[in-house]
Design a protein around this ligand. Structure first.
Ligand code: HEM
Ligand SMILES: *[C@@H]1O[C@H](CO)[C@@H](O)[C@H](O)[C@H]1NC(C)=O
Ligand SMILES: *[C@@H]1O[C@H](CO)[C@@H](O)[C@H](O)[C@H]1NC(C)=O
Ligand SMILES: *[C@@H]1O[C@H](CO)[C@@H](O)[C@H](O)[C@H]1NC(C)=O
Ligand SMILES: *[C@@H]1O[C@H](CO)[C@@H](O)[C@H](O)[C@H]1NC(C)=O
Ligand SMILES: CC(=O)N[C@H]1CO[C@H](CO)[C@@H](O)[C@@H]1O
Length: 326
C-alpha cells in the first residue's frame, strides 16, 4: 500500500517534470535546438542581420512583422515564404503585399545550407531573425526557441482569414488571439512592435476622411494629429506611407504606448487597445513608467507566439529553398 502510494507520488512527480517543466511543454521546441547539428546557426543569422541593418535599417520592421504573419497562418511553419506560380500563396494576400525582406531570408538560408546542409528550417530562420532585428542595436533580447519544421502548404485565403485587418476592434482582436492560444496581454504587448516601421495611408485613411460614410473623422483619433496625417495622406492615396512612431520609427522603444495613450495610435487596431480594461491598463502603465516592463514582456510574449501551431519532430520538412515555388 505504502509503496504503491510512494510509487504513484513519484510517478506524478515524474509527469510533472516531463510535462510541466520540460520544454515538451512548448511542443518540442527548445533553446539551442541546433547546438549539436549546426552550432554556428544563430551566429550566421546574426552576422547577416547586423550587416543588412547597417545598410538598410528600415528592413528591421518588415522582418519582425514576417514572424507574426508566419505564425498566425498555419502556425510558425515558414509558409509565408513559399512562392506560388499562380499567385495563390500567403504572400500574395493583401496584408502581405507590404511584407519585405524575403531576399534576406533567402540569403541567410544559402549561408546556412553551406554550413550545415538540410538542417535549419526556414521557420526557425524567421524566428531567429525576428529576435535579431529587435535586439540590434539595442532593443530587448530573448532566448529564441528553435526546432520548428517547414510546412508545405501556403494558401492565400487562409492568410486573409487569419491576419487581423487594421480596422479590427478590440473584441475581434482578443478573440483572434485567443484562437491562437494567446491572451489579451500578449496582444497588447506584441502590438508594441508598432514602435518600429511604417504604415501605408490606405490602412488608416478612413479615419481621416470618411469614418462612418458621412465624410467624418474617427472621434477616437487625437484631433490635433489629424491635420498632420492628412498633410501626408490625401484622400484615396494608397502608396504613401507614414512612420508609425514619428521621429523614432527605427528605434525599438516604449513610445508606442505613449502614442496610443495620447490617442495617436495609427490604426484602429492600435486605438482599440484603449477599449478593454486590461489592455488599456497595460498601455497606461507603460506610457507612465517609460515602459517599465515592456522589454521583458515582449520577450515572453514573442516566445509564446513562436510556439503557435509549430511542426516538430517528423512533421513537415526542412526546406532547401525557403521561397520554393509551390
Ligand atoms: C494586433 C493586430 C495587428 C494588426 C491589425 C496589424 C496591422 C498592421 C498594418 C496594417 C501595418 C502596416 C503595413 C503597411 O502599410 O505597410 C503593420 C505594420 C507592422 N506591423 Fe503590425 N499589426 C498587428 C500586430 C502586429 C504584431 C503582433 C507584430 C509583431 C510582433 C507587428 C509588427 C508590425 C511591424 C514591425 C510593422 C511595420 C512594417 C514595415 O515597416 O514595413 N504587427 N501592422
Ligand atoms: C485554401 O483555404 C481555403 C479556406 O480554408 C479552402 O477553402 C481552400 O480549399 C484552400 N485552397 C487550397 C488550394 O487548398
Ligand atoms: C467588432 O467587429 C466585429 C467584426 O467586424 C463585429 O461583428 C462586432 O459587432 C464588432 N464589435 C463591436 C463591439 O463593435
Ligand atoms: C464616404 O463613404 C460613403 C459610403 O461608403 C460614400 O457613399 C461616399 O462617397 C464617401 N465619401 C467620400 C468623400 O469618399
Ligand atoms: C520567389 O519570388 C521572389 C519574388 O517574386 C523571387 O525573388 C524569388 O527568387 C522566388 N524564389 C524562387 C525559388 O523562385
Ligand atoms: C512581397 C510579395 O510577394 N508581395 C506580393 C503580394 O501579392 C501581390 C499579388 O496579390 C504581388 O503582386 C506581390 O508581389
Amino acid at each position: 500500500m505504502a509503496t504503491s502510494k510512494l510509487f504513484s507520488f513519484l510517478f506524478l512527480q515524474m509527469m510533472f517534470v516531463l510535462f510541466v517543466l520540460h520544454p515538451a511543454n512548448s511542443q518540442g521546441l527548445k533553446v539551442g535546438f541546433y547546438a549539436n547539428t549546426c552550432p554556428e546557426a544563430e551566429a550566421i543569422v546574426e552576422k547577416i542581420i547586423v550587416q543588412t541593418l547597417s545598410r538598410a535599417p528600415s528592413l528591421a520592421a518588415p522582418l519582425l512583422r514576417m514572424h507574426f504573419h508566419d505564425c498566425f497562418v498555419r502556425g510558425c511553419d515558414g509558409s509565408v515564404l513559399l512562392n506560388s506560380s499562380t499567385n495563390q500563396a500567403e504572400k500574395n494576400a493583401i496584408p502581405n503585399q507590404t511584407l519585405r525582406g524575403f531576399q534576406i531570408i533567402d540569403k541567410i538560408k544559402s549561408a546556412l545550407e553551406k554550413a550545415c546542409p538540410g538542417v535549419v528550417s526556414c521557420a526557425d530562420i524567421i524566428a531567429i531573425v525576428a529576435r535579431d532585428v529587435v535586439a540590434t542595436p539595442k532593443g530587448p533580447f530573448w532566448e529564441v526557441e528553435t526546432g520548428r519544421r517547414d510546412g508545405r502548404v501556403s494558401n492565400i485565403t487562409e492568410a486573409l482569414l487569419n491576419l487581423p485587418p487594421p480596422t479590427a476592434n478590440i473584441s475581434t482582436l482578443i478573440k483572434d488571439w485567443q484562437q491562437k492560444g494567446l491572451t489579451a496581454k500578449d496582444l497588447v504587448v506584441l502590438s508594441g512592435a508598432h514602435t518600429i516601421g511604417i504604415g501605408h495611408c490606405g490602412g488608416f485613411s478612413n479615419r481621416l476622411y470618411n469614418f462612418t460614410g458621412k465624410g467624418d473623422t474617427d472621434p477616437t483619433l487625437d484631433p490635433n494629429y489629424i491635420p498632420k496625417l492628412k498633410s501626408k495622406c490625401k484622400a484615396g492615396d494608397q502608396t504613401t506611407f507614414v512612420e508609425m512612431d514619428p521621429g523614432s520609427f527605427k528605434t525599438f522603444d516604449e513610445d508606442y504606448y505613449t502614442l496610443v495613450a495620447k490617442r495617436r495610435g495609427l490604426f484602429q487596431s492600435d486605438a482599440a487597445l484603449l477599449d478593454d480594461a486590461e489592455t488599456k491598463a497595460y498601455v497606461e502603465l507603460q506610457a507612465t513608467t517609460r515602459g517599465s516592463t515592456f522589454f521583458k514582456d515582449f520577450g515572453v510574449s514573442i516566445v509564446k507566439m513562436g510556439r503557435v501551431g509549430v511542426l516538430t519532430g517528423k512533421d513537415g520538412e526542412i526546406r532547401k529553398q525557403c521561397s520554393r515555388v509551390l
